[in-house]
Design a protein around this ligand. Structure first.
Ligand SMILES: Cc1ncc(COP(=O)(O)O)c(C=O)c1O
Length: 390
């Protein structure tokens, strides 16, 4: 049966960062979907555009209620209205919060491999990245808690930047794991900054656990970033939210966002989240089902067709993390080789501080493109093997 997500939309020459590639290339890198957003969101944006006056904008009650209602209904978590602050994006929020809540020269702990822009937000602000590497055994990632505790116990460590669910490995952290992270952070006086932007992109039937829902203590020792932008493919609208339950933390975050000038919405940034979170649920369920099918298809294809390459099983995000380490003895330059050889543009795992030989492939596109991408991957891995031996 045809799905709305099978529709192929030409995004070339539309100012798309993802599709700013050569004619023969297939971009499956940045976390941006090739689908039209939910019709309800398009409708709300068109309605606002038709008004014709685009002045300075404030958020109405409905913006707060939309976030509150969605987290209550879909994630069983109560966000109080006064906890919520607007921000123009999750990364602008992360950078601003780092500047406001930590000092230059302090360590910010991250569990790697992790979203590459975290490193920019930390390093560009003069803080140190303190990596706790995730364990990877038998195709499964887990936290090395001894190592994490050692990093958190360093007196120079003031913040843990948590990715929940975790990009690029597609992992949903469970309640017990988050509890343990939360306890360690409290014990060592480390503030948790939880980036939960991928929280709605999960395997049908499985949800995520908001870090702030773990306990009152975790809630009061954390700041959380959320947004409709990944979920509904509206990153170009630049709209996100931060919540902090603790009034002192929140006051400081609010001052930081304001002085950094990332606290004011554009006209569409105020409207889109309301349509998304009040009317986008049905569309999202269909999207998650479609993306899940793409994931299963890709995992099976890789296992069956590409020797020495393994798809890491993930239950969140639309990103597939691929382990190519058995494909060749020498893996340097694999990602660039694939692009040159086949035109397939995927992300190099090294950008996320993984070992050499990992790739991240974006599966949020019509299945025909996933098939095309996997065919290109197979062909170029074979060519790489032929050149580099295994
Ligand atoms: C974990 C994570 N945080 C933040 C972002 C970007 O958020 P924004 O576009 O709101 O800055 C991304 C985009 O891929 C992401 O994966």
């Amino acid at each position: 049966m045809q799905s709305i997500f099978d529709k192929q939309i030409n995004r070339r020459n539309t100012g798309s960062a993802k599709w700013n590639v050569a004619e023969h290339e297939l971009p499956m890198w940045v976390a941006d979907m090739d689908f039209e957003t939910a019709p309800e969101i398009g409708e709300a944006i068109r309605k606002r555009a038709e008004h014709g006056v685009y002045g300075y904008t404030v958020l109405g009650e409905e913006w707060y209620e939309a976030y509150q209602g969605w987290w209550q209904e879909r994630h069983n978590f109560t966000i109080e209205k006064e906890w919520l602050l607007f921000c123009t994006g999750v990364i602008p929020a992360v950078s601003s919060i780092i500047r406001k809540m930590t000092t230059v020269g302090e360590n910010i702990a991250v569990m790697t491999p992790v979203y590459n822009n975290f490193f920019n937000s930390i390093l560009n602000n003069g803080r140190n990245v303190l990596e706790s590497r995730l364990r990877y055994e038998n195709g499964v990632y887990s936290i090395d808690f001894d190592d994490l505790e050692e990093k958190l116990a360093d007196p120079q460590t003031s913040m843990l930047l948590l990715c929940n669910p975790h990009n690029p490995i597609g992992k949903i952290w469970g309640r017990k794991t988050l509890e343990r992270i939360g306890e360690l952070c409290i014990r060592h006086h480390v503030l948790v900054l939880a980036d939960e932007i991928h929280c709605d992109l999960t395997k049908p039937g499985s949800g995520y656990v908001p870090f702030a829902s773990i306990s009152e203590a975790c809630r009061d020792n954390s700041i959380t970033c959320i947004a409709p932008t990944k979920t509904f493919n509206i990153a170009g609208i630049q709209t996100a939210a931060v919540f902090a339950a603790d009034p002192v933390l929140r006051h400081r975050v609010n001052r930081g966002l304001n002085t950094d000038e990332v606290a004011e919405p554009n006209v569409f940034a105020a409207v889109a989240p309301v349509a998304a979170f009040t009317r986008g649920g049905e569309w999202l369920d269909k999207l998650n089902a479609y993306v899940w099918e793409n994931r299963i298809f890709a995992e099976r294809f890789i296992e069956a067709e590409i020797e020495g390459v393994h798809a890491v099983k993930g239950e969140a995000t639309y990103l597939l993390w691929i382990d190519c380490r058995e494909a060749a003895a020498e893996l340097t330059g694999l990602c660039a080789f694939i692009r040159k050889e086949s035109g397939l543009y995927v992300s190099d795992g090294c950008a996320y501080q993984s070992d050499e030989g990992f790739l991240r492939m974006n599966l949020a596109c019509p299945k025909a493109l996933v098939e095309d991408g996997l065919g290109r991957l197979k062909k170029s891995i074979e060519a790489f093997k032929a050149q580099h031996g295994n």
